[in-house]
Each structure stands twice: as C-alpha cells, then as structure tokens.
Design a protein around this ligand. Structure first.
Ligand code: ADP
Ligand code: MG
Length: 231
C-alpha cells in the first residue's frame, strides 16, 4: 500500500473523514507539494525542543480531531521568536482550547516553521459525482472570499491548463509584481497545481482538498494550512 493510502486507512480506522493538518501535509509531501516543516509535540518541553530544531520564529497549532477550525478556538499562535514565547503560547493554546471545547481530544501541539508573509494563493479540489474532481485556483483572502475570483478545471490537468488557470483569474496582475512587490514564482504554482491534480486523480476517495493559504515567494512557495476530507 502507498504511504498516502496507509494514511487514509489510519484515518478511517480512527472513525474519521477529516484528516488532521499534519496528516494532510504528509499526504502533500508524498506528492512533492511544498509545506511548512512541522513536528508534533506531546509536551511543552518537546515544543521548545522542536522549535529550536526547526528554527525560530515558529507557529504553534492545536492538534485535535474535534477541532476543524483551529483559530476559531484560539488554537493558532504565530511568529514565536524564542523559547519563552513558545512556552507561553503552548500554555495559552491549551487554556484557550479547554475554555472553548472542554471535551475535545487533544493529540498534541504542532510546531511548525513560520512562513514569512507574502502573496497568498489557494488551490482546492472538490469531487463531483458526475465529472470527478474539479481543481480550483485563486488568490487568497478577499479575492476568493469576497470577489469569488477563482477558476476551475476537471482533472487531470495539463501543464498548459495549469498556466491558463493562473493567468485567467482577475487578480493575476498581482502575481506579476506591482509597486515594489516582486513577481511571484509562477512556475512553483504551476507545479503545485500539477501535483495536486495527480494526487486527487490517483486518489478518488478524496472528497475535498484545500491548500489554503499557500504563500508564494519570488522563489518557491509554501503551503501553510491543508485540509483533506475523504468520502
Ligand atoms: P485554521 O484551522 O483556523 O484555518 P490555520 O492553520 O489556517 O488554522 O491558521 C490560521 C492562519 O494563520 C492561516 O490562515 C495563516 O494566515 C496563518 N498561519 C498558519 N500557519 C502559518 C505558518 N506556518 N506560517 C505563517 N502563517 C501561518
Ligand atoms: Mg486555515
């Protein structure tokens, strides 16, 4: 069985359909989709140690099968610059989560690399019973949430289709650079679209996938949050 199939089997065995962020990111890594480096800490001391290994600044996030929107419960702390801040954030997250969701099962705290702010894009996939997976692309934040400036293709997509998807959203000029903001690495986005297309094509059991946001830099890109829901 492939690594991805065994992750899905574990999720099903646990009676879940939603992958944890770390599981979804592990699936992405199998397909070469770039994600922020992460490690699961089971204690405050481990969080401090892993943060040192990864390198500050780091992000801490709650890991719980009962919590789908981590920031809604105060479960995400960004830009932690030293061990003292990591310790404080660890305690704060535990306290926040207990306040919001008293009976949530907590598997630990995910320590991850802090991706510097940049232009945000999103890549998604949703399965239609008739057509199979549709792949979605757009720029993050207001562009997708307010303006619905997104585009779709049925998978598998070709490299040419990946380029079309990127250039046909209205916000495309922002990716080409403007007013001192350097151009974004379009090739890195093309590769993420192609790899995501392959991932969902090869795994029809994926009902929904969401890489949101992906930070795109002058060179390279990094997925900051990933969600996968199985059928
Ligand atoms: P939620 O479950 O609430 O969607 P996210 O993991 O998306 O939680 O975190 C909330 C927000 O925090 C993200 O949308 C992003 O803006 C920021 N963020 C999360 N992880 C990182 C990271 N590793 N580097 C930089 N920013 C991050
Ligand atoms: Mg998110």
């Amino acid at each position: 069985m492939s690594k991805v199939s065994s992750i899905f089997a574990e999720v099903r065995k646990a009676g879940r359909k939603h992958l944890l962020e770390m599981e979804a990111k592990s699936v992405c890594m199998e397909y070469g989709i770039p994600v922020t480096r992460f490690r699961l800490a089971k204690s405050e001391a481990e969080a401090v140690k892993f943060a040192e290994e990864i390198g500050h600044p780091v992000v801490l996030k709650i890991v719980s099968p009962d919590i789908l929107h981590k920031s809604d419960v105060g479960g995400v702390m960004l830009n932690l610059k030293n061990s003292k801040e990591v310790r404080k954030a660890y305690k704060q997250i535990m306290e926040n989560v207990k306040k919001h969701r008293k009976d949530a099962e907590i598997l630990g705290i995910l320590v991850q690399e802090m991706a510097p702010p940049s232009t945000e894009v999103i890549v998604g996939a949703i399965k239609d019973p008739q057509f199979g997976h549709a792949l979605m692309f757009g720029l993050g934040g207001v562009f997708v949430e307010v303006l619905k400036d997104v585009t779709f293709r049925i998978v598998p997509i070709t490299e040419e289709e990946a380029r079309e998807m990127i250039s046909e959203v209205k916000a495309y000029p922002l990716l080409k650079g403007y007013r001192g903001v350097p151009p974004a690495d379009i090739e890195a986005i093309v590769q993420i679209l192609l790899k995501t297309s392959r991932l969902v094509s090869e795994h029809p059991e994926i009902k929904e996938l969401d890489l949101n946001p992906i930070m795109v830099y002058e060179k390279g890109a990094k997925t900051v949050d990933a969600r996968i829901i199985l059928e």
